[in-house]
Design a protein around this ligand. Sequence first.
Ligand code: MFK
Length: 556
Amino acid sequence: MPFIQEPPRLGNQFDDDPLLPSWITRQLGPDAPAVAEELRALGEIAIETYARQLADRENEPVLTQWDAWGNRIDRIDVSPLWREAQVLAARHGMVAAGYEGRYGAGARTHQFAITHVLAPSLDVYSCPLAMTDGAARTLLSSGNQVLIDKYVPLLTTRDPATMWTSGQWMTERTGGSDVSQTETVAKLEGGQWRLYGTKWFTSATTSQMALTLARPEGNGEGSRGLALFHVELRDEQGRLRNIQVNRLKDKLGTRKVPTAELTLDGTPATIVGPSSDGVRQITPMLSITRTWNAISAASGMRRAIALAKDFARRRKAFGALLVDKPLHADTLAGLEAEYAGAFVLAFRSAQLIGQLEHGTAASRDSDERLSRVLIPLAKLTTGKQAVAVASDAIECCGGAGYIEDTGLPRLLADAQVLPIWEGTTNVLSLDTLRALGKGGALEAIGAEIEANLALATDASLAKPVAAARAAFRSASTWVQGAFTHTDRLEAGARRFALTLGRTLELALLAGHAQWCLDHGHGPRTAAAARRFMQNGVDLVAGATIDSALEDTKLLA
Ligand code: MFK
């Protein structure tokens, strides 16, 4: 018999997770055992759907623009697993759980724990769910009671037969980052708003509704002149309302997601709030989808590491299992540390959203100041980690990691979207600076870091604690030195933001490691904190601003 390598297998992704059980126990207290049972059951479903994901690998969405008789129909058929994902997502409350009262401020921890376990097996169905969640939160924040009463129950139900999903159409040919250049025009015709323009990247075009930006006729240029609109995509007969689907995008990854280019040609729309300042009105959407992005980064990393580790336990080379080879084990440990950092920062974002939604007026101001800067930091930091970890994890599987029908390359292709959509690393680094410019935000981050480091009293955490304090000092010194020099500040914004993000991760890890030591969850998280520190936290140390600019001139 010739040698045949056993493929990597997926275990229960709740039981196998090194952090999720302790995190929910810490955050949800007496509710944790019931949630753990729920998540363990989802871990079993994730194993089954992972098998179907592999079997369904080549099935992609199909756009049919015309029927046999010449009618324009623009029908998009999604993969069988996507149809099933819609049912699973509704039934298991992947959006709804965030809006249910059962766990109070812990609702978001519950919701994102469900997502963390299940979503990596659902072929990026997380994309429409993220936007659906963001749309529900945006409508609730808008105060538009008619839209709230009509649509929020549809977006947040657990009934698969009636649940709606929502799109978020912001990107146009002018770009996805500088939304102020939006060309879509809104005209008030006979008392009805109608939209005219092209949307260039509308993810999950199969949704029933969307929130979008357009410029009411006569409004000024720039983002202040934009308004926020609600669009119901189809009429009672299921026909698109003056919307043409020009084509589906041919993407590197997320290929199951039916992302399309659309022409809006008099599409009826409802204005959500005032007829200007649409960007400000859609910012609740951004906070929610960026948190989904961070959670998806952490859960994508978990999945990649789970498969790489299982492979290491099955693959023999040079006389031993890979897992017993010191260098391979060291590589896996480094990946686990990155995962641990991403996990605590992503779940801290989720927890903060829950606190904001359920907190008292007294805590809201400080939670808002913190979340305004922590959420972009979480998104940008974890997005980069997800790509790096996916790349290393498939390398851990050697040549098999590069072969499409092992399913492994998709881990990397799907991860690569995470630093791009919902604000690129650079755009979010600049957003971080803008948030800091409003005052109080750097102090809020400093207080968050210090509060976590103060918990970490065990001697085994002394070095990570000192490293996090030093990195935060270094970042503060850098930004205070650069704040009056616009070019220098902007040039270093990514290094600065990643330093803050990684320092936050290290501090949260140290705090959680102490909790684990004190509550019978063992020394593993402390090891993750120490290893994370070794992976590197401070990207601005020793960078003199002037020499960095001079070198950029020589290199760029
Ligand atoms: C698994 C997860 C999957 C998720 C799937 C989603 C798929 C969807 C695909 C996409 O649509 S990707 C494209 C997404 N596009 C973006 O995320 C936009 C990226 N660009 C930015 O974030 C820019 O920073 C921004 C468009 C917001 C800049 O626009 P402006 O017009 O220059 O805004 P400005 O003046 O900075 O901010 C306007 C107001 O909003 C200000 O408030 P005030 O008017 O009161 O001063 C800002 O403070 C506020 N604001 C901006 N960003 C905010 C924010 N408030 C809270 N949080 C934020 N993040």
